[in-house]
Design a protein around this ligand. Structure first.
Ligand code: ME8
Length: 636
């Protein structure tokens, strides 16, 4: 049964280079698209870049280049990365392209003529980090509720889209289509958001403040709000107002993949815009989780970015794709570490898959002239292995349609492990001497099974799988899963694999135990030798507010704290005070931190500073300022 599968990624801001979060979402789209190709669906895959708005304009200004030149340069990094990650997108849209801008203007004009847009006055707070407006009530401690970043008070004339009038219709749509927003927790989040009053959406920026955008067709003094502009990419790229037949066909099968950070813009802004434009709503909006490092979101603005290219260069594109898809459950957060990556590579790809292929190739080359042997009668565990392989495509399809990619991979790898066990049970290595026909049959049977494993891993590791299928005598990739038939392997085909396809890498040892803290001075002991004032000043002591306090898993002594020091993000500090103070007693209180202490890992958690405590006979008392001070205040 063939269907249309049109998959989109967010279009990424070109204020910086791509990072692993971008790579994850784009590889996920690619993998889903390839699975759907195997299932014989018509596929279309769109990605691109978001080039307008304050963020991008500022990034260009900081670099001292013209915004368009900045975009031209940055978009190439995204394109190049997708090519090197074997991402096979059908189109790459840039919002500065005339083909996009024209459609945005046409849509705006239509909405204006229909009375869906009006001129009003905007008063509120603007967060450049997320390019959104917030009311005073929405702010958290005077900062952006979504990013924690700075906000600016604004009062200006602007154009508004009558978003509020679509609220009830949108709630009904979400209620009537349980799988419209996935996963369910995100659907509930959107319904929760819509339970509160919904305002109209400010869709313009006066040129006097921001000129880097698409001009409003009905007022040349304004440019279009970057989110209104960006969201339109999903329809401008596939022929809205230009090729109706193509547009309708693809739009009917659209799946938006987004990060959970941009759920509201997609589930509320975008859907109401579509309603006002009399266009059908997307089939699915799928919100993915975040890649975290030490519990913090990995992204460019945090500076804790792992360059996906560096992993690919060291360990291979296919291993990186495999890790990203196998490790993350779509919709949930996952932790990124090189150790976790290397373990997956070694266990799954090195052992289960790589060993299997290598073992079989050696056997064929040593005992069967390097050619796929003939099949014989089935015996013993043969039928069970075949049945598991034949059931695999259906199982994988069911899981993929349910977006359980990690489970689809696991089910596929379970077959690889079953075949390894089968070889242990049937011992073709030994049988070659006594019953070569049976040994040949077993080897061929295992090769057939491996062909099923490889074919169903093709969406995840296209390059490696295509090579392996060739090297294992199975020719090119199977176009459709329907064509995958047991017995399809050609007798006599050459097996050329010359060594382990996934060489193992050494896994560096993780810090398991906290480094010993220096013995605390007993009270009453004489103080140490004097230090100069300059030496003392080298310590950067700061007061900050504890915004999170929780035990470190597996440790009785340690608490993990997030401390607001007035920096872009709160500091993570691990403190050995769990036996002296309860987390809830620290929460919201101010503490003093050695802020320039070298970061180190304690119990696998990165600590970037140390809180000060007095030690009285081994009992610790955490130091607090005598009255509240601005987070980040220097202590001297
Ligand atoms: O929001 N883990 O662009 P953006 C996983 N231009 N995914 C992550 C991630 C992480 N740590 N960090 C980012 C924009 N992402 C807008 C979108 S769409 C019409 C406009 C992913 O460059 C995630 O998918 O900030 C997130 O939604 C996207 O990058 C945001 O990229």
């Amino acid at each position: 049964m063939s269907d249309v599968f049109y998959v989109t990624t967010p279009i990424y801001y070109v204020n910086d280079r791509p990072h692993i979060g971008h790579a994850y979402c784009t590889v996920l789209a690619d993998v889903l698209m390839r699975y759907h190709r195997l299932f014989d669906d018509e596929t279309y895959f769109l990605t691109g870049v978001d080039e307008h708005g304050q963020k991008v304009e500022e990034a260009a200004r900081k670099r001292g280049v013209d915004p368009q030149a900045h975009c031209d340069e940055m978009q190439a990094h995204f394109r190049d990365l997708w090519a090197t990650l074997d991402v096979a997108n059908d189109d790459f849209i840039r919002t500065t392209e005339p083909r996009h801008a024209a459609i945005v203007q046409e849509a705006l004009q239509r909405l204006w003529e229909k009375g869906e847009i009006y001129l009003g006055e905007y008063e509120g707070f603007y967060s450049p980090r997320v390019e959104k407006f917030f009311s005073a009530e929405e702010l958290v401690d005077g900062r952006c509720p979504e990013s924690g970043g700075e906000v600016f008070r604004l009062k200006e004339a602007n154009y508004f889209f009558r978003m509020s009038k679509y609220r009830d219709a949108l709630v009904r749509h979400i209620e009537d289509h349980p799988d419209f927003i996935r996963p369910e927790s995100r659907r509930n989040e959107v319904l929760g958001f819509l339970a509160r009053p919904l305002g109209d959406l400010c869709i313009s920026r006066p040129k006097a403040r921001l000129s880097w955008g698409i001009e409003l067709p009905f007022d040349r003094d304004f440019v279009t709000y970057v989110w209104f502009d960006a969201l339109m990419n999903y329809v401008s790229a596939i022929g809205l107002y230009r090729d109706d037949e193509r547009f309708r066909r693809l739009w009917g099968g659209v799946h938006h993949l987004i990060g959970k950070d941009i759920l509201t813009t997609h589930s509320v802004y975008w859907t109401t815009m579509l309603m006002a434009l009399d266009l059908p709503l997307p089939r699915h909006i799928v919100a993915t989780g975040w890649w975290l490092v030490d519990q913090t979101k990995m992204s460019k603005s945090l500076g804790n970015v792992v360059d996906p290219l560096s992993l690919k260069d060291r360990y291979g594109v296919d291993s990186l794709r495999y890790f990203l898809m196998r490790e993350m459950v779509v919709g949930l957060d996952a932790s990124f570490s090189e150790v976790a990556f290397l373990k997956r590579h070694n266990y799954d790809l090195g052992n289960d898959l790589g060993n299997l292929a290598n073992r079989l190739a050696r056997l064929v080359q040593r005992s069967f002239g390097g050619r796929v042997p003939e099949a014989g009668p089935e015996a013993g565990p043969d039928a069970a292995v075949r049945a598991q392989a034949e059931a695999l495509p259906g199982e994988v399809r069911r899981l993929v349609l349910d977006l359980r990619i990690e489970a689809a991979i696991e089910t596929t790898m379970a077959l690889a492990r079953r075949i390894n066990r089968y070889l242990t049970e049937t011992e073709p290595f030994k049988a070659v001497a006594t019953d070569p026909a049976r040994a040949g049959h077993v080897v061929r049977h295992a090769l057939e099974g491996l062909r099923f494993v490889l074919t169903l891993l093709w969406p995840v590791m296209p390059r490696k799988v295509e090579a392996l299928l060739r090297e294992m005598g199975a020719g090119g990739p199977v176009r459709r899963v329907e064509d995958l038939r047991w017995g399809g392997l050609a007798t006599g085909a050459e097996v050329t694999l010359a060594g382990p396809p996934f060489p193992r890498f050494e896994v560096p040892k993780e810090v398991a135990e906290p480094a010993k803290s220096p013995a605390r001075e007993e009270p009453g002991t004489p103080t140490s030798a004097t230090v100069s004032y300059e030496d003392f000043r080298r310590l950067d002591l700061r007061a900050g507010t504890v915004v999170l306090a929780e035990p470190v898993q597996g440790s009785k002594k340690l608490l993990r704290l997030l401390v607001d020091l007035g920096e872009a993000e709160p500091r993570q500090v691990v403190a050995g005070v769990a036996q002296h103070v309860r987390p809830e007693d620290l929460l919201g209180r101010q503490v003093v931190i050695v802020a320039n202490l070298e970061p180190r890992k304690v119990f696998g958690v990165e600590s970037r500073g140390m809180i000060l405590a007095a030690s009285d006979d081994g009992a610790l008392a955490v130091l607090h300022p005598s009255k509240p001070v601005k987070p980040g205040s220097r202590v001297s």
